[in-house]
Design a protein around this ligand. Structure first.
Ligand code: TEU
Ligand code: CA
Length: 536
């Protein structure tokens, strides 16, 4: 395996809308990000992944792009962007952008021209006189009627996100140019949105399923693989950059096909299997979380994949401490345990803004507080079924993507140090005590734990590149070893909410979330959510 820089990088995801507002309009922006670069440098990260900052009508908060070469004015100007790349670079931090090429916004010039009947642009999308039975990722059908005509267009996401026709060579050329445009500005790569569904094999009806009928016609098709190889060959290989694919519904074997070094497609992929351990098929249907199921999924990817992109949170997922930890009674301990998990597994770790201070799910009370298009669509669909309103709301609040999208909590003031104005989405009430200002001076805080762990990881060949081996342990206790040459790190995580037996491992304590100085001091049992990192 090559030891490229991005394998050992610690990557931090910023959701620009919610990170830091510099001008009081309640929306995070690029100057806001620049003002916190020192904070990020202190944290020790190497690279920032920016969720979309392109021009967008924001039906899906920037994942509906209306101009791939323009900065959304809400976020600032192109000068601001260039300054961000420069200032981050001065601090040794690289910038990676989101590449959303399955679809554009319905307000993109291409789609507007297509609607106006321009033949060239018509063929950038899928217009058909008959719709098929495909379902949308956001619930409902994947086809909508083109305004003013008897034709339908395909959209795997919302109706404001028409799918691009990747059979059209002009689309390929346009996207290559867009990628070069940003790479030439000095960015270090792309996080590629739903990248394994962009190439549709056919538009035939799919096998009927509860959700996403049609999937078999576009999921990880051979044409999609081919396309990724061409993008790599024609564009990406000319730059010192990497890609991480957001790849839906892939198992480790398919993940390896998408990122295998010899296949020259993507560099790494985000899997979803571990995110499904508390769901039944679809995320709205809850399954009681069991640490054992999470461990099994992670272990499978660790064992079977050439490399992994590790994450416990992003802008689409609820907060990990509310999900896999205990946000009420053991927030600090469980947040640190999850940090140890994410940063000690084999692979490139991704931290999502606020994760490093143990931000929790938001205590939403009413549906009108929810901004996310997916949640709102699903609410509309569920409202037609005989489900009591309260039940419906509870289903949605538990998993809504907005849990991760509430503003970053910098301090305990009304605007949480995020804004001086009215925030675009509600601020979590717990910003009074869960905030950066509280964490900064706290040697024992979650943030300090992250800093120590990142610093340790940086000088540890075992954590960066070492082999992974799972060790025998009680149920819900995740014990594994990372080894490179003579250097070995042993990680033991009690992911249970109760005490459990400590497996028979030894070593010098590097980090503990219960202030342990030696492994012996555990006397054979671990506290709830206890984490121990040992060096041998
Ligand atoms: O997400 C794709 C995706 O699979 C999710 O929408 C997923 O279906 C959902 O979040 C799980 O509940 C990407 C982006 O990360 C997401 O923010 C966008 O909305 C979506 O693509 C469309 O671009
Ligand atoms: Ca702003």
């Amino acid at each position: 395996m090559n030891k490229e820089w991005w394998r050992k990088a610690v990557i931090y995801q910023i959701y620009p809308r919610s990170f830091k507002d510099s001008n009081g309009d309640g929306i995070g922006d690029i100057p806001g990000i620049i003002s916190e670069l020192d904070y990020l440098k202190e944290l020790g990260i190497d690279c920032i992944w920016l969720s979309p900052i392109y021009a967008s009508p924001n039906f899906d908060n920037g994942y509906d792009i209306s101009d791939y070469r323009a900065i959304n004015p809400e976020f600032g100007t192109m000068e601001d962007f260039d300054k961000l790349v420069k200032e981050a670079g001065d601090r040794g931090i690289k910038i990676v952008m989101d590449l959303v090429i399955n679809h554009t916004s319905n307000e993109h010039e291409w789609f507007r021209k297509a609607l106006a009947g321009d033949k060239k642009y018509r063929d950038y999308y899928y217009f058909r006189s008959q719709k098929n039975n495909w379902g949308s990722f956001f619930g409902g059908k994947a086809w909508s009627k083109a305004p003013g005509e008897d034709m339908y267009y395909l959209h795997l996401f919302s109706e404001n996100q028409p799918d691009l026709n990747w059979h059209n060579p002009d689309v390929y050329k346009e996207v290559c140019d867009i990628m070069r445009f940003w790479l030439d500005k000095g960015i270090a790569g792309f996080r590629c949105d739903v990248i394994n569904v962009i190439y549709k094999d056919s538009l035939d009806n799919g096998k009927r399923r509860l959700v996403l009928s049609g999937l078999e016609h576009y999921l990880s098709t051979e044409g999609n693989h081919e396309l990724l190889r061409r993008l790599r060959q024609d564009v990406l290989s000319k730059y010192d950059c990497f890609t991480v694919g957001e790849t839906v519904f892939v198992d480790p074997a398919e993940a390896n096909r998408l990122m295998g070094e010899d296949r020259k497609e993507l560099n790494m992929v985000f899997g979803f299997e571990h995110m499904e351990c508390d769901q039944r098929g679809v995320k709205w249907f809850r399954r009681t979380y069991s640490p054992e199921r999470l461990i099994r999924a992670l272990d499978r990817w660790q064992t079977e994949c050439e490399w992994t992109a590790n994450y416990l949170e992003n802008h689409d997922q609820p907060r990990s401490v509310s999900r896999f930890g205990d946000a009420e009674n053991c927030r600090r301990e469980s947040a640190k345990m999850l940090a140890a998990l994410n940063l000690c597994l084999r692979g490139t770790p991704f931290i999502y803004e606020g994760e490093e201070i143990g931000m929790t799910n938001c205590d939403f009370k009413k549906m009108f507080e929810i901004r996310d298009i997916e949640s709102r669509n699903v609410n509309d669909i569920l409202a037609r079924l005989p489900i009591p309103k309260r039940t419906r709301e509870k289903m949605i609040f538990r998993v809504t993507r907005d849990n991760a999208r509430t503003p970053m909590q910098w301090d305990n003031t009304a605007g949480a140090g995020f804004t001086e104005g009215l925030p675009w989405i509600r601020i979590n009430g717990n910003h009074e005590w869960v905030n950066v200002e509280n964490e900064l001076p706290d040697e024992d805080g979650i943030l300090s734990f992250y800093k120590k762990l990142i610093a340790y990881r940086k000088q540890s060949e075992a954590l960066q590149f070492g082999d992974y081996k799972k060790l025998p342990a009680e149920k819900g206790v995740y014990a594994f070893e990372r080894q490179a040459g003579n250097s070995k790190v042993t990680v033991v995580l009690n992911m249970n909410s109760y005490e459990e037996e400590f497996p028979e491992v030894t070593g010098r304590v590097i980090l503990s979330n219960y202030g342990r100085l030696s492994a012996e001091s555990l006397e054979g049992h671990m506290k709830p959510y206890e984490a121990l990192i040992l060096e041998n």
